[in-house]
Design a protein around this ligand. Structure first.
Ligand SMILES: Cc1ncc(COP(=O)(O)O)c(C=O)c1O
Length: 436
């Protein structure tokens, strides 16, 4: 695999773990054969270091680029920010404009703080909640980043985070003193949530959930979480880092008429430029002043300029509607092709964040084979599809044509009983693993 894999081999000697983001590890897709690096990107197309072009039908910047790569409108705003000076001794006025816009979109919120990444923004939200309540304990559901407060959950039980998006996360380096400070519950599991609320009465600083991820909330679940958090005098934090902006312009919680105390945005808010926002009620947010929450690059101009341009474009073009439509076509296409070739798959996820799994003894072999065959046809593809405004009907059509023939090949490989024999490299990884 040419220059990219050569460079990745070198990277693994220089950069522990090879990359800065676990989800960008080539081993997660197609070990030894994934085009690990890109030279340029446009819309939903990416060119690797050997000049080979692919259509990205996988994660589109790991969920950040819902408008598309190098979008002219966002890039124009960013270039303007750069030419006006991205960083000075004074503050950028865009921070205030963005705060007003976020509060207008979410009238329950009064104040806003900024960061640049999802994980750090979540850590800020947790700090504010602990400062506001004077309590330590966090009840949470879902994945919320790499911080100590979150990984602490695996100090008590090293499998505690396994049902929450990323399995196998190691809490090494997290102070053991944090054991017991973060307790997980599963989405839609109202009974467990209520029993935790009861068990830890008087101790809970915050309840943290994604309003939606793979499935829609079951009837009453979010309402119970909202009401019980209030009764427990715990701050309800909605992590909209991945759910935000995809189902509607703003947080997905708007759709469910649930008003949290804090909501956190990152990733898609700025279509690929670092930006994160923590919005919340005044009484709670004011506590940020009593703790020390401060960092130089949380003040740059590119972040808010990109966010303002991205939100404007999302509104103008009703981008969530497009994402839903594209996701629906992909989910239907997967189902039809799989059925036609008797490949047993389970399709899941909300339309903008679609995925499927192979119902076989060795699902990872088939997942790797899918990626291998799709790559040969010019697609970056895995068993997930994150919709982007850059995906148009023509991309969906050519992608589904390719899926049709790849499922036919997988069906043939399955009939021969040893699908692994068709792989050109190792099987992909599923959870967190140390790289040798
Ligand atoms: C729900 C959620 N919260 C937090 C994060 C962490 O965001 P970041 O990778 O920007 O630190 C992610 C990343 O995937 C996420 O999906």
């Amino acid at each position: 695999m040419g220059k990219s894999q050569e460079l990745y081999k070198k990277a693994k000697k220089l950069i522990p773990g090879g990359t800065q983001l676990f989800s960008k590890r080539p081993e997660m897709f197609l070990p030894e054969n994934w085009p690990a690096y890109y030279s340029k990107a446009k819309g939903c197309e990416i060119w690797d270091l050997d000049g080979k072009r692919y259509i990205d039908m996988s994660y589109m910047g790991i969920g950040a680029c819902i408008i598309g790569y190098t979008d002219p409108d966002i890039d124009k705003a960013v270039k303007r920010a750069v030419s006006c000076g991205n960083m000075t001794t004074l503050n950028v006025p865009e921070e205030v404009e963005l705060a007003e816009l976020l509060i207008k979109l979410h009238p329950w919120a009064d104040m806003v703080r900024y960061a640049r990444c999802g994980g750090e923004a979540m850590a800020i939200a947790v700090r504010i909640a602990r400062a506001a309540t004077g309590k330590d304990l966090i009840l949470f559901c879902g994945y919320h980043g790499w911080s100590d407060w979150y990984l602490a959950s695996n100090l008590a039980d090293d499998k505690s985070l396994d049902g929450h998006l990323l399995s196998g996360l190691e809490p090494k380096g997290v102070p053991r003193a944090l054991k017991g400070t973060a307790i997980p519950f599963n989405y839609n599991d109202t009974q467990t949530f209520l029993s935790l609320i009861n068990k830890y009465k008087g101790k809970i600083a915050a309840v943290i959930i994604e309003p939606i991820r793979n499935k829609y909330p079951s009837s009453g679940f979010l309402e119970v979480v909202r009401n019980e958090s209030r009764k427990a005098k715990a701050v309800l934090i909605m992590d909209e880092v991945s759910s935000g902006w995809r189902l509607c312009v703003g947080g997905a919680h708007k759709l469910f008429n649930i008003e949290p105390d804090i909501a956190v945005f990152a990733k898609a808010i700025s279509n690929g430029f670092p930006m994160a926002a923590i919005i919340g009620r005044k009484k709670i947010m004011q506590n940020a002043q009593d703790s020390f929450i401060s960092s130089t690059y949380w003040t740059d101009r590119i972040g808010p300029a990109a966010a303002l341009a991205a939100i404007k474009k999302m509104k103008l073009n009703n981008i969530p509607e497009h994402l839903n439509l594209m996701g629906m076509k992909i989910q239907n296409g997967w189902k039809i092709s799989a059925e036609r070739h008797s490949v047993d798959i389970k399709v899941d996820g909300i339309y903008p964040l679609s995925h499927f799994s192979f119902n076989y003894k060795e699902p990872l072999v088939l997942k790797t084979l899918f990626t291998q065959y799709m790559l040969q046809k010019g697609f970056l593809a895995t068993n997930a599809y994150y919709a982007s405004y850059a995906h148009k009907e023509k991309h969906i059509e050519v992608y589904l044509e390719a899926v049709e023939s790849v499922f036919a090949s997988i069906s043939k490989a399955l009939k021969k009983n040893r699908p692994e024999l068709y792989l050109k490299g190792p099987v992909c990884h599923s959870g967190f693993k140390r790289l040798t």
